[in-house]
Write a protein that binds this ligand. Structure first.
Ligand code: TXA
Ligand code: MG
Length: 349
């Protein structure tokens, strides 16, 4: 089976195709679709068999729970039990948008969807194609990122086709996504809200709305004995096939170090990729140099990260050196993904 690919523009929705996709979901099939963060692989969240199919298509460990996507705020109470006031405040402020909340689940959500947990992750995406698909599919769509488990998340439909084209029923191609990194996950199952995965909505933005909010210890400490609470965050993830290292230090030292390492690796016959920025791109001597964006516009860095990693895979690069991107607002999210992709390999320049 090869997935049917249907192109669509969020300004001109093809409602007939959406209805067809919704019918696929209702009958237990899988449809990949764009969201504002990354492409998702959707199945009916209330159907245990559909969730099993999602795990199988991605090759994902079944203890790694799925996010349930809704397109109507009233649906929140149907799949959760006891939503705390702070969660309602956050939903009011950031939904629809790149925010996922962990809440206690209601009985109708099967354990297959939540990886055996008593809690459920819920997100209301802002993408219009996603919203219409969720409504057409019955209102509750379980959707992990639409990549093979472990690979960088897809930011365009070609990435989805590459990974899952043979394993699912339909792909809705809505062009490139807006943000390019997965949603911020906030856990409300404890007294003080905890960020389990940083994203476009930063810790500071959450604290401004809610007061005290913590970062999950497993995210702050690189010690592998401290497990992150989101089961998905413990796996090596977002990884290109090449051996990726992050080089840290002053801009000048980083460039000198990457130039030296590249020269050494190329002398050994390695094909080297370099992740640079608009500001530094011209300063590298060897290697396949890609600018990820501009340090002046950190959104561009977030937007291009996964695409650059996938491009290096297509070019059969086997060693990658990347600059570090501790940018002011999204730096936490960008570095969280880059560190995971690098298996935490950091070289001090
Ligand atoms: O932006 C996004 O959130 C995208 C788009 C498609 O919406 N989805 C996404 O899903 O990134 P996925 O499956 O790739 O990542 C979900 C993360 C995993 O790390 C998982 O462990 C965590 O959410 N998660 C899901 N349910 C959870 C729960 N009940 N408790 C703790 N963590 C949970
Ligand atoms: Mg994922």
């Amino acid at each position: 089976m090869r997935a049917e690919v249907v192109a669509m523009d969020a300004e001109h929705l093809d409602m007939e195709a959406i209805r067809k996709a919704g019918d696929i979901l209702k009958s237990g099939g899988l449809v990949a679709f764009p969201t504002e963060t990354v492409y998702g692989l959707g199945g009916n969240a209330l159907d245990p068999e559909a969730s099993r199919k999602i795990y199988a298509a991605k090759g994902r460990p079944s203890d790694n729970p799925l996010i349930v996507h809704i397109a109507d705020i009233d649906k929140l109470d149907e799949i959760t039990s006891g939503v705390p006031e702070k969660a309602r405040i956050l939903a009011e402020k950031y939904w629809p948008g790149p925010l996922t909340m962990i809440l206690n689940k209601a009985d109708i959500v099967p354990k297959e969807t939540t990886g055996g947990l008593e809690s459920v992750a819920v997100r209301f995406p802002s993408d219009r194609i996603a919203q219409e698909l969720i409504r057409a599919g019955g209102g509750f769509v379980a959707a992990p990122s639409a990549n093979t488990s472990g690979r960088p998340s897809p930011t365009m439909s070609e990435h989805v086709e590459e990974d899952l084209g043979d394993a699912i029923d339909m792909i809705i191609d809505g062009g490139q996504v807006g943000i390019g990194l997965e949603s911020t996950i906030v856990d409300f199952t404890e007294e003080i809200p905890v960020v389990l995965r940083p994203g476009y909505i930063s810790l500071e933005m959450l604290q401004e709305t809610l007061g005290e909010v913590r970062m999950d210890k497993g995210l702050l400490i690189t010690d592998s004995k401290v497990r992150p609470k989101a089961p998905g965050m413990k796996y090596r993830h977002y990884a290109p096939r090449a051996d990726l290292s992050i080089v840290e230090g002053s801009e000048e030292d980083v460039i000198a170090m990457i130039n030296r390492l590249t020269e050494e690796a190329e002398a050994k016959g390695e094909k080297v990729g370099i992740i640079a920025t608009d500001e530094t791109e011209s300063l590298y001597v060897g290697g396949d140099v890609r600018s990820i964006g501009s340090r002046e516009e950190e959104e561009t860095i977030a937007h291009h990260l996964y695409e650059v990693l996938r491009d290096f895979d297509s070019d059969d690069v086997n060693v990658i050196y990347s600059e570090a991107f501790y940018t002011p607002r999204m730096g936490q999210a960008i570095m969280n993904r880059l560190l995971k992709a690098a298996g935490h390999k950091i070289i001090k320049a």
